[in-house]
Write a protein that binds this ligand. Structure first.
Ligand SMILES: C[S@@+](CC[C@H](N)C(=O)[O-])C[C@H]1O[C@@H](n2cnc3c(N)ncnc32)[C@H](O)[C@@H]1O
Length: 140
């Protein structure tokens, strides 16, 4: 991963291009089975959840398989959102919306019982380190 590429991690065009080429699925870092016990401690299956920067991960699918009923997914890439809507058209528990996490004004305040942001914080840190000439090769 070059510095220029990792700096593009925050750009919709970068992800659109990437998801056009890689139709996935792919889960970055921790996968659902590793995080499920922790989630179960804090989030009940009937609660409404938001998955931020969902990409083409199977995290939401695994949650529904585990009994979660209302999993809203957002991503900045319209390409991946269309792919996921198509893939999960028969899973009403999974909703997909193109949205930038920096502007979620379409959701009313208090819309969710829990928000899961599995990747973005680390990701943002990796990008800023890279921008300062630090971490050049964030683990995929
Ligand atoms: C490293 S991928 C992680 C995908 C998935 N969450 C996973 O765990 O495998 C980061 C995702 O965040 C999305 N993303 C980047 N910036 C975003 C933003 N400002 N708002 C919403 N999604 C964003 C990208 O389109 C990409 O799908």
């Amino acid at each position: 991963m070059t510095g220029a590429a990792s700096q593009a991690y925050g750009e919709a065009w970068y992800w659109d291009e990437r998801y056009r080429k890689e139709s996935g699925p792919f889960d970055w870092y921790q996968k659902y089975p590793a995080l499920a016990p922790l989630l179960r401690l804090y989030v009940c299956p009937h609660q409404r959840l938001l998955l931020v920067g969902c990409g083409n991960s199977v995290f939401g699918e695994n949650m529904v398989h585990d009994g979660y009923q209302d999993v809203v997914n957002i991503d900045i890439s319209s390409v991946v959102i269309e792919q996921m809507k198509k893939k999960y058209h028969d899973r009403p528990q999974l909703k997909y919306t193109k949205m930038d996490v920096r502007n979620m004004s379409d959701f009313e305040s208090g819309s969710f019982d829990a928000v899961i942001d599995k990747v973005r914080p680390k990701f943002t840190r990796a990008c800023s380190k890279d921008a300062r000439g630090g971490e050049q090769n964030p683990q995929r």
